[in-house]
Write a protein that binds this ligand. Structure first.
Ligand SMILES: [Zn+2]
Length: 335
C-alpha cells in the first residue's frame, strides 16, 4: 500500500454543498473525502469499469482505496481542545489561564487552520477565496419551460474561486497508482466535483507530488511520536458504533480496535452528521449518520506505531471516507 499525495486545483468555481437556508446555498471551504470518491466513482463506473471493480470503490466494507479530505493547502482541522489568545492568536499552554503577553483569555477555534499554527503556537487561518454568485432562473415560452405557476426567484451560490488549491491524499495498492492518476485527471475535467456542475462549476486539475510506502511512513511518524503523550485530532467526521447505536465522542472501548490499548486523559468533541453515498443504483444519497465532528480532539497515551497507523487508515467505521485523524506530540502543554 502507498500514500499518494498531490494538489487539486480549481479551474472553474467550485461549489461543495452543505446545509443552507432559503435560497442561499453555501459552500464548504474544503472537499470532503466522500465527494472525491463520488467524482472518481462516477467516472470509473461509466468509463473504466475494470478499475472501478479492482479498487472496490463502492464497497463500504472492504474497499481497496482510502480517500482523505482535501483541505486548503497546508491546513488541518483546528483542534477544539486548544485555546488561542483572543487578541494575538497565541496558543494558551495547558497550565496557563490567560495569554502571558496580552493577559487576554483564550478561546476555542473551530474550522480549519494552517498546520504551522501548531509549531509556531500562533493561530493562522488558511486563505480561502470565495464568492457568491446570484443566478436568475429564465422563463421561456415552450413545453420545456417551467409552468406559469412554478415560482421562480433568484438564488445564490457560494463558490470557491478558480485557483483555489487543496491537498490531496489517498491510500491504495501501489500497482493501481498510474491508472488512478490518469483517472483523476480525466474525471476532474470531464466529470468535475461538487454541485451545480451543469452551470459550469466544479472543474479541477490534479498535480501529483509524491508517493510513499506506508511501512516507511509508519516508521517515520512513530519515531517522531515516541516517548510522548499525543494530541489526537479528527480531520474529518468519524463514525463510532456500539452495537446498533452511534456514539459521539471518543471512548477507549470503541477505539481499541484501531489504537490498541490506550488512555484518554482529556477530550473536547463536537457532533456532526456523516452522509453515505451510494454509487450503485443511481447515485442515491445514503442514510444520515450521527458522527463525531471534525476538530474533535483528545490528549492520549497510545502506542506510537498504532497512532501512525491510524493516520494512514483512520479511526471508526467507513474509514475509507470518514475518520481521518492526525497526531502531534504533547509535551507539558507544548506541541
Ligand atoms: Zn495574546
Amino acid at each position: 500500500m502507498i500514500i499518494l499525495r498531490g494538489t487539486i486545483r480549481a479551474i472553474s468555481p467550485l461549489h461543495i454543498g452543505t446545509v443552507g437556508t432559503g435560497n442561499y446555498h453555501p459552500t464548504l471551504p474544503y472537499i470532503p473525502a466522500r465527494t472525491i470518491r463520488g467524482m472518481l466513482g462516477n467516472y470509473l463506473f461509466n468509463e473504466k469499469k475494470n478499475l472501478f471493480e479492482k479498487l472496490r470503490i463502492d464497497d463500504d466494507r472492504s474497499p481497496s482505496i482510502h480517500f482523505k479530505p482535501a483541505l486548503p493547502e497546508g491546513s488541518v482541522a483546528s483542534p477544539l481542545i486548544l485555546r488561542w489568545c483572543k487578541r494575538c492568536g497565541k496558543l494558551i499552554e495547558e497550565l496557563d489561564k490567560d495569554c502571558p503577553e496580552c493577559l487576554q483569555e483564550g478561546k476555542k477555534r473551530g474550522g480549519l487552520m494552517l498546520e504551522e499554527s501548531l509549531s509556531s503556537k500562533k493561530f493562522r487561518s488558511p486563505e480561502i477565496r470565495s464568492s457568491i454568485d446570484t443566478k436568475c432562473p429564465i422563463t421561456r415560452k415552450g413545453h420545456t419551460s417551467p409552468g406559469e405557476r412554478y415560482s421562480l426567484s433568484p438564488y445564490n451560490i457560494g463558490a470557491l474561486l478558480p485557483g483555489s488549491e487543496f491537498d490531496l491524499r489517498c491510500v491504495l495498492p501501489g500497482e493501481y497508482v498510474d491508472d488512478l492518476k490518469d483517472a483523476f485527471r480525466e474525471a476532474g475535467i470531464f466529470y468535475g466535483i461538487g454541485g451545480f456542475r451543469s452551470k459550469g462549476y466544479g472543474m479541477v486539475e490534479f498535480d501529483f507530488t509524491g508517493e510513499e510506502g506506508i511501512d516507511g511512513y509508519i516508521e517515520r511518524r512513530s519515531s517522531e511520536f515516541d516517548g510522548s503523550s499525543l494530541l489526537m485530532v479528527l480531520n474529518a467526521p468519524a463514525i463510532f458504533e456500539e452495537g446498533k447505536k452511534h456514539v459521539i465522542g471518543f471512548r477507549e472501548k470503541l477505539l481499541e480496535s484501531y489504537l490498541g490499548g490506550h488512555r484518554i486523559r482529556r477530550q473536547v468533541f463536537s457532533e456532526d452528521r456523516a452522509r453515505g453515498w451510494e454509487i450503485k443504483g443511481g447515485y442515491r444519497l445514503g442514510k444520515i449518520i450521527p458522527a463525531t465532528g471534525m476538530g474533535s480532539s483528545a490528549l492520549i497515551e497510545v502506542d506510537p506505531v498504532r497512532a501512525a497507523r491510524a493516520e494512514v487508515y483512520g479511526i471508526g467505521s467507513m474509514r475509507h471516507i470518514y475518520g481521518d485523524v492526525y497526531f502531534r506530540r504533547w509535551d507539558y502543554g507544548a506541541i
